[in-house]
Ligand binder design. Structure first.
Ligand code: SAH
Ligand code: DHB
Ligand code: MG
Length: 221
């Protein structure tokens, strides 16, 4: 069983369960045309984020790491007309592509895209009292994951979900010969969540079009 089969199964899942209206083909095409890295969540993962947001009735969502807005749009579709997704993106070119995609999908009024380093933007959001958020999706530079988690927790309401992408990294999280910033960031996140009494959490491994990885999912008590 290899990555090629995981991709075939992701394609099968998407063909069966994700409609053409939902699939954001134009977003992914624009991202490819603009040479953005193809590191968006996969279609089944995007729909999972959407379903989780719908399940808790999320109206206010914080995202860290927008890229071309693919995950942003899945989340924006969940919050309804009165809802808001505030997304932080450091790369102005990514943000520009995201803005165009978000506009094409008709959800500009629901998305507040902030351009800057998340560690600069998050204190501003705190000062503005932009929270409390119902859901946070953390998917930016991995070394800062524990810091982002701490901000997300401070900005969350009781019962909120905090979801972090890329916490397994092809199993590198448990391979102690691996010490790159991304893996260290994942381990620091697990340590911080484990020591945090205000959340209950799990992580689920995933295979699919994005290889072998996983999400950490925490619920604020
Ligand atoms: N969530 C997106 C993918 C995000 S990829 C999706 O699934 O569609 C990671 C993004 O995080 C990139 O666009 C990168 O520019 C951004 N990023 C990296 N470091 C950052 C930082 N310090 N602050 C905010 N965004 C950052
Ligand atoms: C990378 C980043 C991501 O957010 C992701 O989902 C996959 C890969 C990366 O930086 O390589
Ligand atoms: Mg990711």
């Amino acid at each position: 069983m290899a990555e090629k089969d995981w991709i075939r199964v992701d394609d099968y899942i998407a063909a069966a369960l994700i409609s053409k209206d939902e699939s954001q083909e134009a977003t992914l095409a624009a991202n490819a045309r603009e040479n953005l890295p193809a590191i968006d969540v996969s279609p089944p993962q995007g729909k999972l984020l959407h379903l989780l947001a719908c399940a808790i009735g999320a109206k206010r969502i914080l995202e860290i790491g927008a890229l071309g807005g693919y995950s942003t749009i899945w989340l924006a579709r969940a919050v309804g007309d009165s809802g808001k997704v505030i997304s932080c993106e450091v790369d102005p070119r990514h943000a520009e592509v995201a803005r165009a995609n978000i506009a094409r999908e008709g959800v500009s009024a629901r998305v507040d895209l902030r351009v800057g380093a998340a560690l600069d933007l998050l204190p501003q959001l705190e000062a503005e009292r932009a929270g409390p958020f119902d859901l946070a999706f953390i998917d930016a530079d991995k070394p800062n994951n524990a810091a982002y988690f701490a901000f997300a927790l401070r900005l969350s309401r009781p019962g909120a979900l905090i979801i972090v992408d890329n916490v397994v990294r092809e199993g590198a999280v448990v391979d102690h010969s691996k010490t790159d910033g991304g893996v260290l960031g994942a381990r620091a996140l697990f340590d911080a969540v484990a020591a945090e009494g205000r959340v209950e959490a799990t992580a689920v491994q995933t295979v699919g079009a994005k290889g072998w990885d996983g999400f950490l999912i925490a619920r604020v008590r």
